[in-house]
Design a protein. Sequence first.
Lengths: 886, 236
Amino acid sequence: MTDGRPNPDALLDSLRREEAARRRGRLKVFLGMCPGVGKTYAMLEAAHRELNSGRDLVAGYVETHGRRETDALAAGLPKIQPRRFEHRGLTLTEFDLDATLARHPSLALVDELAHTNAPGARHPKRWQDVQELLDAGIDVLTTLNVQHVESLAGTVAQVTGAEIRETVPDGVLDDAVLELVDLPPSELIRRLHEGRVYVPERAEAAAQNFFRVGNLTALRELALRLVAEHVGVDTQQFRRIQTGAGPWKTAHRLLVAVGPGPFSEPLIRWTRRMADGLQCRWIAVHVGHPHPLSEAAQTQLTRNLTTARELGAEVVTTTDEDLVHGLIRVARDQNATEIIFGKPDAAGWIRGWRAGLALRRLVRESGDIDLHVVRSEKVGSAPSFQAAWPVFQSGSQQYLWVIGVMTATGVANLGIESLVGPRVPGLVFLLAVVVLALFVGRGPVLLAGALGALGWNYFFLPPRFTFVIERPDDAVLFGTHFVVAVVLGQLVARIRAQHQAERAREARTTSLYKLTRDLAEASSRDEVVWQLVAQVDHVFHAGVAVALPAGGQLAAHPDGTLTLTEKELSVADWAFRQGRAAGRFTDNLPGADALHLPLASERRIFGVLVVAVPDRTLPVAQRDLLEAFARQAALVLERVELRAVAEQARLLAESERLGRVLLNSISHELRTPLAASTSAASALAEADRSSPEQRHALIGEIQEANARLNRVVGNLLDVARLDSGNVRPRFDWHDACDLVQTTVRELGPDLAAHPLKLMVPTQPLLVRIDFSLLQHALGNVLLNAARHTPPGTSIEVQAALTDGSLLLSVGDRGPGLSAEVLPRIFDRFFRGPGTAVGSGLGLTIAKGFVEAQGGSITAINRPGGGALFTLRLPQTDKPPAIDPSL
Amino acid sequence: MSPDAGLATPIPTVLVIDDEPQIRRLLRVTLEANGYKVLDAATGREGIAETAQRQPDVVLLDLGLPDLEGIDVVRRIREWSRVPVIILSVRNSEDDKVSALDAGADDYVTKPFHSGELLARLRAALRHSRPDAAEAVVRAGEVEIDLARRVVHKCGQEVKLTPIEYGLLRLLSTHAGKVLTHRQLLAGVWGEQAIGQTHYLRVHIAHLREKLEADPGRPELILTEPAIGYRLGTGD
């Protein structure tokens, strides 16, 4: 496989990256070792070069600190006005992201990448604003000091002693071009003394301390190294394509343990660098504990896992009572060859001791998996976080229960002791501890053990009412009791915790399975939304809404249980456009009240799932489940959409088929009389060869052909009228008898071959109808009867007012309607088998015209043979009274 | 062949207003063969001008003209002339026909038409246009209506009619062979206030048929023109 040819996968990968980069804007960072090296100036100079070459650029935000040369340079650039925020009486000016996005230049200048935005801005950090610009395809020029790079912040803090508050994740720089703005430290110090470096007045003393040659040299080295390593990553990618080495050249597979602490992120980056070096896959694993995490820890964990995912790791989360056991289990499942584990820091001896213990077990149990223990330093100024493995989490209620039960046991023991001596109470205490362990947490069990042991000793073991133990065998019993109680408590608690974890995992699997199953049955978008809302509501007890695109913007689906405010809708809109999670518990628009997850499949984004979780935290497992829900729903939405497309294609094929039938039928119906008429006319033209009788016959042919043509065209026009919805009945009072008589009279010659029997009342039958439409309908039914019965077959026409409806019926004693014909007789272009005449439209038109005036038409076989068509026209109004004097 | 005998002018002139040359050619052949003199016009304006200059005895007007609505042509001609106007139109345009008839057109023929039908309409129109045309006795089939004496005979027997029935019959008779719209009949018999009360018309027409038709189940005397009105058949 390593024959030196470029690997197609690698090429594809690089193409994809290039394509993504083409769609995404390019980021150029002017990197300096510290303030004052001239980053902004360099950026502005670059901007002017771009401007001169005709680039459409704007200065989104430029911080000149009032320096004259910089001001002059900045003045020559088109600007976006900064946005103003009112915050605690102060007016803060910030980069206006929305205005820049709306302006959509080809290139934007945004100074100070590490800046923290004012509260109320869309993102907490400016680098997130920049990310959005890049996502929108806008190139960005920005500036950054090396101390603000997240992975270096710790080192900088160590070197300079200055605390670094604003940091930029390393990932932001991954695809960026870094341009080092370098200045020898001595030169910088000279500039500082000349007052050409901006230093806030209150920080002057600190600045004096900061700008020392030693510090500056160290910072400069860091900056140089960063740029050099960055080049290294680029080269590596290039080399990978060139040599054709597959993406996973080696069988290595790295697995990094991720916790809810700030120590994990450097660990993740370390693993990524190593995976890059080894060119292998890597997995980030979080082993969750059944006990819930604090809000801060939860947020940090989510961030860590997101970072890992963004850096290319496969992320696996699992739940296990025992960290080491969980890690090894996942490592074996995933065939990991190396585990990367953070080196325990010295902060807090308990934590250190526990981590040490875990490390020792990991060394012992990892078997053939290699272990890397990496010094993990805390970066930035992350909030202090809660222990990942809190020991005592049980409520005070449980402790009170334990005290109560143990006291009661003690009282009972007083009675027992008087009967069987002082040893038995020890066993009874132990029994109480065991029973308690079934119901309460680990802490309370330990308390119960201690209370039991001490109570036994104090109240029962001689000498009583002292903690002194006289006899050596009692001492052994006491010690054994204590140890047994503690071990028992631990064991029971662990089993229960594992059980709980198991249950939680099972609940997740079950709900996911249930959603998948229920969604599989969904056949429309509405059903998918309904199922999703119902399931999320059921599992999370949270307000749910689903925002779907409608007419160019997102709108909440009516099935949601959560009403989306303007603000939430705008967050949903962001999540939809960016295809990233937003809102609460995320880094994007965290000020929102709800979590917004895009419903994204491989192909596209279908909408946004909005969940308002009532709790203050959202455990990783729950978040994963929610994301799985969203993914699942997106897949089904995609399926529904594809099915709709297929259905549309089917309908199109059907209408094409109908179209062909129409063409065949119509061309036949039009051509036959045309042919007859044309040949008869040409025969007439040679009149001298034919007798007067022959001429007469020819003229008769022409007339018949033309009458037929006239009828076909009339039918087609009627169908077109029906199709265009242009049939608007004009109701008026008419005499139904007159209707029947006029219809029969006007059809005259067409009915000549059939004796007609008209059964109409002798008195005028006033009904409210559209005379013309109904005459047409009745006429078509009559023609149909005349055409499909042998000549001489009588046709009966009846008009009557029955049950508040006008009934017009046409009956014959012909062959009747076969079972094949009956259900389709009113279908368009349907012609009975063996029927050569007719377009198959007459009865369709009759039906359409009758229905247009609120009536109905039926066809049945008459008892005794023949067909019977009945037109029923409901009559709601009574005929108006006739004043006899008029 | 000549048109009805005893016409005021020996050769009546017909003006054909139709934008289709083929229809104009065909009508010219048909009408000239039947003893008419034929003028033609391809547009509404041209037709109005021809009517004014050449004073035809009857006008055949197509409703689908390119420049003017048919009804406007009728109105303009009616501003200064009482020349009979017969409408030529296609099926399904009942509304246009009714409004043209109410605007003053005398009759209509639906395309495609038989030449016999057209000639009958022409004859009826010409008959009524003559100032001395008022006949005292109208005959239609077996029925004889003596307008001067206000009596009606069927097969020689006098038929008793109510005043309304007689009024209806009189109006139809004086326009024998011509169509009368619902509106014209209601206004002429009951007065303007009755327009729209078509149910009166239905009931009285049914009664008239009952009294006068040879076979009331198959009326041949009083003919229904669907959605337009009625016509007294003259057996033409």
